[in-house]
Write a protein that binds this ligand. Structure first.
Ligand code: GTP
Length: 261
């Protein structure tokens, strides 16, 4: 049975981070539906000011506070600058968001957070760090890094995605779950094999004619330590396959969090 809510009755924060199109929003929808039907309804926060339509109703929505299009016009910004400035403006009010969350916390097991599609806007901005630190200082927090599995089957793309994930792990310093999404299209078994069997990855590299393969070879050894500290699950946000395993990984990650904090 799940224990992810057991830390002094505190809910667990699940920060969903991933590249554009990896399926964060669909995964959020799946988590929301799963928790509604099998556990306690989660508290849902949307931090993506540019999303047009959400398939779930967030408790807190950045779009209620800042109008991303107006921000672009007012500050004469492009789309990325608009998203970043909207996030900055929202962050100045994040203490109020925390007040809302704190009030609801005793009735919650999970707080799920959707982040902007332009991943670096959240992971490399001061606002992203402030929001992450503020949540993680109060609640057990876990990063769910969503990967588009069908688009990660080449060794080069796989390696760059892993390096990106590694950089986010170092930035957030939070327990980390690699969520290989869209397993209804492609199974994530190849990824698990590449992460656990160095020779299998080398073999895949040999088939890759890219001039980077020597570098990737060395990177692969460097990443071994990263892989050892990870939890890996395959899910389909569309069919719901793997979601139970995801929550088992969340429970393990929360135990890690408790050891760190
Ligand atoms: P951004 O908002 O651009 O960052 O995208 P996102 O990461 O929130 O991805 P989104 O949930 O919008 O999904 C992108 C596309 O992938 C959509 O067409 C989804 O239907 C599709 N998708 C998401 N999850 C799955 C999945 O598990 N299986 C399949 N087959 N498609 C999926």
């Amino acid at each position: 049975m799940s224990t992810s809510s057991s830390r002094k009755g505190q809910p667990t924060v699940l920060l969903c981070i991933g590249m554009a199109g990896s399926g964060k929003t669909t995964f959020m929808q799946r988590l929301n539906a799963h928790l509604h039907s099998k556990k306690r309804p989660p508290y849902v926060i949307n931090l993506d000011p540019a999303v047009l339509k959400l398939p779930f109703t967030p408790n807190i929505d950045i779009r209620d506070t800042v109008n991303y299009k107006e921000v672009m016009k007012q500050y004469n910004l492009g789309p990325n600058g608009g998203i970043l400035t909207s996030l900055n403006l929202f962050t100045t009010k994040f203490d109020q968001v925390l007040d809302f969350v704190n009030k609801r916390a005793p009735t919650l097991d999970h707080i799920i957070v959707d982040t902007p599609g332009q991943i670096e806007i959240f992971t490399w901005s001061a606002s992203g760090a402030i929001i992450t630190d503020a949540l993680a200082a109060t609640y057990p927090s876990v990063v769910a890094y969503i990967i588009d599995t069908p688009r990660t089957t080449s060794p080069a793309t796989f390696m760059s995605n892993m390096l990106y994930a590694c950089s986010i792990l170092y930035k957030t310093k939070l327990p980390f779950i690699l969520v290989f999404n869209k397993t209804d299209v492609v199974s994530h078994e190849f990824a698990v094999q590449w992460m656990t069997d160095f020779e299998a990855f080398q073999l895949a590299l040999q088939k890759d004619t890219s001039y980077m393969s020597n570098l990737m070879n060395s990177m692969c050894m460097v990443l071994e330590e990263f892989y050892n500290n990870l939890k890996v699950v395959g899910v389909s946000a569309v069919t719901g396959e793997g979601i139970d395993e995801f929550f088992v990984a969340v429970d393990e990650a929360v135990k890690e969090y408790e050891e760190i904090y």
